[in-house]
Design a protein around this ligand. Structure first.
Ligand SMILES: [Mn+2]
Length: 323
């Protein structure tokens, strides 16, 4: 796979690195690491994300390279990273029709291989881990700035090396990245101890409206546009709040219901147990993701959606021997 990608890259010059909407540390870290490395071998690199850069990730080296799509352009190669479906590129899709080749690099097992070349490895802790292998295999530059981006990609996607995707390979990669110049303490402070107060106002609102089902095994909460407004919070301020709910001792599956326009509800699912695979549950509703973290979007009233999702999770809990 690396050979195929290396060959395609060496023969071309105009690159776009794109990633998914509602961006996270893995997508930004992967986008920037790849962009900085390709720039150093003389490529023209554009980096687009439909949502632009999130304030908390502005510290990432090279973050100024990230912009929202600026209009239709002609690219030789479009590389998507960490993007489980083509739709997840959001508005970027409208501007990349003119391209020779689409390369799809991702670690979501549900990825339908929408690229011309696909490197999908669901054993990789983060897409950043795959990008690291790509750079290493091709002998492309791995500067301290690039290592820092990859370290953040892996750290954030593993919940700071706590989730079940934290493999020996993931730690080996992280160790290499530290040797290459990633500053663990400085990067962790930027990622985990640098949130605006509005995020905690949102968290307070969430915790005063928690709901439980299945003897506390399912912990769930809603986020509405009104809650964002009252807290003075931005969309990205809710990123990761679901982890607080998962951390309650009885909870095995945490669910976030997010009210979108037009009776649409986005659900995010997190599982604490290997036997409860939430991507299978998300797929019932047309979504996807990882075994321990997945999402889907449903249409319906709040009550109907919540009942459907709770009953699907309850079925999974019963199937795993819990009732
Ligand atoms: Mn990821």
């Amino acid at each position: 796979m690396t050979l195929e990608i290396a060959h395609a890259c060496s023969a071309n010059r105009e690159f776009l690195i794109a990633g998914h909407v509602r961006p996270d540390g893995d997508v930004f870290g992967s986008q920037l690491a790849l962009a900085l490395s390709l720039q150093q071998i003389g490529k023209n690199v554009t980096v687009w994300n439909a949502d632009g850069i999130t304030p908390i990730f502005k510290f990432l080296p090279g973050s100024h390279l990230i912009s929202k799509p600026t209009g239709s352009r002609s690219f030789d190669i479009v590389i998507t990273v960490d993007t489980a479906t083509y739709e997840r590129l959001g508005s970027v899709r409208e501007f990349i029709a003119s391209r020779k080749l689409l390369i799809n690099v991702d670690h979501h097992g549900t990825n339908p291989h929408y690229g011309d070349i696909n490197w999908i490895d669901d054993r990789a802790s983060a897409t950043g881990e795959i990008i690291y292998r790509l750079l290493r295999a091709n002998n492309w530059p791995l500067t301290p700035d690039i290592a820092s981006n990859l370290f953040v990609a892996i750290s954030t996607d593993t919940g700071s090396f706590q989730y079940s995707n934290t493999t020996p390979e993931c730690f080996r990669t992280a160790a290499d990245l530290i040797e290459l110049g990633a500053d663990v303490s400085a990067l962790s402070q930027q990622c985990y101890q640098n949130f605006p107060l509005a995020r905690f106002r949102l968290l307070a609102a969430i915790f005063s409206n928690l709901e439980f089902a299945s003897n506390g095994r399912i912990g769930m909460f809603w986020i509405t546009p009104e809650m964002y407004a009252t807290a003075g919070a931005a969309k990205e301020d809710s990123e990761g709040l679901i982890d607080y709910v998962r951390s309650i001792n009885t909870v095995i599956v945490a669910v976030l219901f997010e009210q979108l326009a037009g009776e649409r509800v986005k659900i995010s699912l997190r599982s604490k147990l290997a036997t409860i695979e939430v991507n299978t549950i998300a797929q019932l509703f047309g979504g996807g993701g990882h075994k321990s973290a997945a999402a889907a979007t449903l249409v319906g009233t709040a009550r109907v959606v919540q009942d459907k999702v709770v009953s699907a999770i309850t079925d999974a809990l019963v199937a795993a021997g819990m009732n």
